[in-house]
Design a protein around this ligand. Sequence first.
Ligand code: FES
Length: 159
Amino acid sequence: MTDGEVNLHQQLISAIEHQKRSTVTVLSCLLSVQDSVGYIPSEAIDIIANKMDTTINDVWGVASFYTNFRFTPPKSSTIEICWGPTCHLLGATKILETTQNELDLETEGDSEKGNITLKYNTCLGACAQAPVININHNIIGSMTPEKIPQILSKFLEDN
Ligand code: FES
């Protein structure tokens, strides 16, 4: 095992063994792993199956049912565009279109133009500031399509 593989293994074990939830389930294990490392490595499936005394197929079944789980590492930055009701009414569609154009994407996913992943969100919990985006866990409110190119330029330059 390389150092990186050992580190990942330790992170997975820690995420699964030190959950704050009172009831530990296959789903709670998957959520803890994704919170910890940003995706579900295949090794995590084996560890969770072992811990929960179930099969790899059962764990894959749960993981693949929920579209929020990803199975490849995310880019180093993530932009989330809220398209919930309040943000939608206040212009989220144009913000989303502009972001997709800037990142050369047609839907959610990893941009080849920069080290950034685009995700949709149905409510970022900041409706009073709508329309809202979230970059690397920082909420930015009162968003407009015109602000998007400048906000993204940093991530595109870093590529
Ligand atoms: S609907 Fe966008 S933050 Fe709630």
